[in-house]
Write a protein that binds this ligand. Structure first.
Ligand code: N01
Length: 502
C-alpha cells in the first residue's frame, strides 16, 4: 500500500474531476478507481494536503463527537483507533493514509474558481488557481462545514487584539495569561474552552443560546483490544455493527417520534444537575427548545469549565471596541483575544457561486438560498455534476461517512450506466428534483429539527430544512445502491455510438 500521496500538476483533461480531498472527495476518488480503473480521475484541493475539516480544525481538544468505530470508510477500515471518540490528530493521520492509498493523483493548493458546462461538447471546463482542466464528470466534494462563518459584529474592525475563527486556530498566538472572549457555544466551543481555561488569565464566554449537553462516554481503546480488531477483523465489524444499530435508534427520537425526546431531556438535565449546583446558573444554561433541535453536544468538561474561577459566562455579543467586547446588557469585557466559534455556512456554500450550469445560471442562482438536490447529489440543469454531502444528507445521529460512501457508490453506478450505454451527459429531470424535494419537506415536517422551537444551521434563509436527512442511514444507502435512469435525461456520446455501430 502506498504511503505517500501521489501529487502531480493539474492535467488539461480528465474523465472525472473531484474537487476537495476531505472524507467526501477521498471516498469518491477511491470508489471510481476501484470500480472504473479505465477512467482517469484527478483530485484538486485548495489546501496543502488532504483531510478537509480534520486538517483545518486543530483547536485544542478537537475530537469527533461520533464514535470512531463508525468513522472510517468500509474500504479502508481502521482497527487502530486509540479512543472511542477519535481525536483530531488521529483522524487526520487516517485521512492522510486514505489519500496515499487512493490510486489517484492530487493537485494541492489548487482552488476551483469557475466551472462551466458546455452542452455541445458535454464537458465541464474547470478553472482553478493552477490552470484549466476539462472533465466529463465533475464531483463537488467541498464539504458543508468547510467555510467558517464570521459574523459582522459592529466594531470588529476597531479591535486592536488578535481575532481568529475556531476552524483556523492561531497556534502562533499563545493564550497563556491572555484575556479571551469566545463567541458561540456550539460543538467547537464546548471542546476548546475546557482545554484553555487553565492557562488563560480569563475567558469570557458569550452565549447567545444554550445547548443541550449529555455525558461523553469516552474511553481509551487498549493495546489488547486493538490487537484483537487487527487479528480478527470480524470482531471490529461486530463492534461497529452494534454501535451503528444503537445510533440509528436516535432517528426514531429525532425524526419519527419526537414525543419520546423527554427521555433524552431527562439524561441532559440529570447531567447538568450533577455538574452545576447553582440553580440560577442551571436556568441560564437550560435551553428553551426541544433537545435534538440543534446538535446535541457531548461533554463532561463544559459545565465545570463554565464554573472555573477564570470564566465569566455572559449573554450574546453586541459590539466590539478597540480593547473589549460588549455583551447584550451593555457590559464591556476587556479582552485581548477574540475566538469566533460561530460555525459555518452549509446552506450558502461559496462553491455554488462558481458552478455554472446548462442555462448559464450558477448553482447559487438555481437554489436561490434554499439548496436542494435529487437524492442529495444531482441538480437539474447541471449535467454530469455530482455533489458529495449535498443538501439534506447531514445526520444528527450517526456518521456522515456512511452517507458519503453511499454517494460514492451512486457515482460509480452512474458511471457504469454512462459507459455501458454510450451516454455523454445525464441531467436529472426537473420533475424528479421537485418530487424529491417535496418528499424531503414532508418527511422533515414532524422532525424535531423543524418543530423543536430553535434556530439552527439546518434551516436555510427561506425557512426550509435543506440540511438534514430524515430517515435511517440504511434507507439512504439502499436508495443509493443503484443509479435510477428513469429520473434522468440523457444525451448520447456520438463518437462511442459510431464506434459501436462500425
Ligand atoms: O458551530 P455551531 P460549531 N453572535 O454552528 C453562535 C460540526 N462539528 O463550529 O445557537 C453570537 O454549532 C451560535 O449561537 P446560536 C457539528 O456538526 C463536529 O460549534 O445560533 N453567537 C452557536 O452557539 C457542528 O454542529 C464536530 O444562538 C453567535 C455557535 O455560535 C458544526 O460542526 C466537532 C453568532 C455556533 O455553533 C458546527 O459546530 C465540532 C453571533 N452573531 C463541530 N453567530 C465533531 O466532533 C453564531 N453564534 C464531528
Amino acid at each position: 500500500m502506498a504511503t505517500t500521496t501521489r501529487v502531480t500538476p493539474l492535467p488539461s483533461s480528465v474523465d472525472v474531476l473531484v474537487v476537495g480531498a476531505g472524507f467526501g472527495g477521498l471516498a469518491a476518488a477511491h470508489e471510481v478507481r476501484r470500480t472504473h480503473p479505465e477512467l482517469s480521475v484527478h483530485v484538486v484541493e485548495r489546501g496543502s494536503s488532504a483531510g478537509g475539516v480534520w486538517r483545518d480544525n486543530t483547536y485544542p481538544g478537537c475530537a469527533c463527537d461520533v464514535p470512531t468505530s463508525l468513522y472510517s470508510l468500509s474500504s479502508a477500515d481502521e482497527p487502530d483507533w486509540r479512543h472511542s471518540y477519535g481525536r483530531q490528530p488521529e483522524l487526520r493521520r487516517y485521512l492522510d493514509g486514505v489519500a496515499a492509498a487512493t490510486d489517484a493523483p492530487f493537485t494541492f493548493d489548487c482552488e476551483l474558481t469557475d466551472a462551466r458546462w458546455d452542452d455541445a461538447r458535454a464537458r465541464w471546463t474547470v478553472t482553478t488557481t493552477q490552470g484549466t482542466v476539462e472533465c466529463s464528470v465533475l464531483v463537488s466534494a467541498t464539504g458543508a462545514l468547510s467555510t467558517p462563518e464570521l459574523p459582522d459584529v459592529p466594531g470588529l474592525d476597531r479591535f486592536t487584539g488578535t481575532v481568529f475563527h475556531s476552524a483556523h486556530w492561531n497556534h502562533d498566538h499563545d493564550l497563556t495569561g491572555k484575556r479571551v472572549a469566545t463567541i458561540g457555544t456550539g460543538a467547537s466551543a464546548i471542546q476548546f474552552v475546557p482545554e484553555i481555561v487553565d492557562r488563560v488569565e480569563h475567558v469570557t464566554v458569550f452565549q447567545r443560546t444554550p445547548a443541550w449537553v449529555v455525558p461523553r462516554v469516552d474511553r481509551t481503546i487498549g493495546r489488547l483490544e486493538r490487537a484483537l480488531y487487527r487479528r480478527l477483523p470480524f470482531t471490529h465489524r461486530i463492534t461497529r455493527g452494534l454501535v451503528y444499530l444503537y445510533r440509528e435508534g436516535y432517528v426514531v427520537l429525532m425524526a419519527r417520534k419526537p414525543a419520546l425526546l423527554p427521555i433524552a431531556t431527562f439524561v441532559a438535565k440529570r447531567h447538568m444537575r450533577r455538574q452545576v449546583r447553582d440553580a440560577a446558573l442551571r436556568r441560564r444554561l437550560t435551553p428553551d427548545y426541544s433537545i435534538g433541535c440543534k446538535r446535541i453536544l457531548l461533554s463532561n468538561t463544559w459545565f465545570p469549565a463554565l464554573q472555573h474561577e477564570n470564566t465569566t459566562l455572559t449573554g450574546s455579543l453586541r459590539e466590539i471596541t478597540d480593547r473589549g467586547a460588549i455583551d447584550a446588557d451593555g457590559v464591556e469585557h476587556p479582552v485581548d483575544t477574540i475566538v469566533f466559534a460561530t460555525g459555518f455556512t452549509p446552506t450558502e456554500p461559496p462553491v455554488a457561486h462558481r458552478i455554472v450550469g446548462r442555462d448559464g445560471r450558477t448553482l447559487a442562482q438555481h437554489w436561490n438560498h434554499s439548496p436542494s438536490a435529487y437524492r442529495g447529489v444531482s441538480v437539474h440543469g447541471f449535467p454530469n455534476l455530482l455533489l458529495m454531502y449535498g443538501p439534506n444528507t447531514n445526520l444528527g445521529h450517526s456518521s456522515i461517512v456512511l452517507m458519503l460512501e453511499a454517494q460514492a457508490r451512486y457515482l460509480a453506478s452512474m458511471l457504469d450506466h454512462m459507459r455501458t450505454r454510450g451516454i455523454a451527459s445525464c441531467d436529472v429531470t426537473e420533475l424528479a428534483e421537485h418530487r424529491y424535494r417535496a418528499e424531503m419537506d414532508s418527511e422533515l415536517e414532524r422532525s424535531v429539527w423543524n418543530s423543536g422551537g430553535c434556530s439552527s444551521w439546518y434551516i436555510d434563509a427561506s425557512g426550509r430544512n435543506s440540511v438534514m436527512w430524515p430517515k435511517f442511514t440504511w434507507s439512504y444507502r439502499a436508495m443509493m445502491r443503484r443509479f435510477d435512469p428513469a429520473d434522468y435525461a440523457f444525451t448520447r456520446d456520438v463518437a462511442s455510438s459510431e464506434r459501436n455501430s462500425a
